[in-house]
Design a protein around this ligand. Structure first.
Ligand code: HEC
Length: 132
């Protein structure tokens, strides 16, 4: 066999191996897409606790940001109201009308101040004075 032939044969087998390695993993295409619904009490699309008036939160609170901003926060009813007023003042959140009360009830119950939060505790750092 000529040198050239051998080299092109090696190239060809390399391509065959590469082609095989680049095949999409058949198992991946078998995975179902995430289904909208409720699994273990959690709304699969948003991560919100799927109880009470969570659909009001889903419908009114997720146009501008991810549900993670809500889920990682904890506040009293008054604290949630302050956040809503702040978004209304600064970020164009609409008047929620008679949806406001049930939304606040839901948030104060499921994301209550003092309940376990995803957000980590503040670091305990002993700060020092900056010297000039
Ligand atoms: C019109 C847009 C808009 C809508 C609708 C909206 N928000 Fe917000 N929200 C914002 C913006 C802008 C921020 C600031 C985002 C940032 O800091 O990245 C924010 C921040 C937040 C935060 C974080 C506040 C903090 O102090 O860290 C929470 C919690 C929150 N929104 C909850 C809600 C809830 C609950 C609703 C539904 C009642 C809602 N948002 C609907 C615009 C909106």
């Amino acid at each position: 066999m000529s040198k050239l032939r051998l080299i092109s044969l090696l190239h060809l087998s390399g391509l065959v191996i590469l082609g095989y390695a680049c095949q999409p993993d058949p198992r991946e295409s078998e995975l179902p897409p995430p289904t909208p619904g409720v699994v273990a009490g959690i709304d699969t699309l948003t991560g919100l606790v799927a109880q009470g008036d969570y659909l009001l939160v889903k419908g009114n609170c997720l146009a501008c940001h991810s549900s993670k901003l809500i889920i990682q926060n904890r506040a009293t009813r008054a604290g949630w109201l302050r956040m809503i007023r702040w978004m209304q003042d600064k970020h164009g959140l609409q008047d929620l009308g008679d949806r406001e009360a049930p939304i606040l009830d839901y948030l104060a119950e499921h994301y209550a101040a003092g309940s376990e939060a995803v957000r980590r505790q503040p670091l305990e750092v002993s700060w020092y004075e900056l010297q000039e």
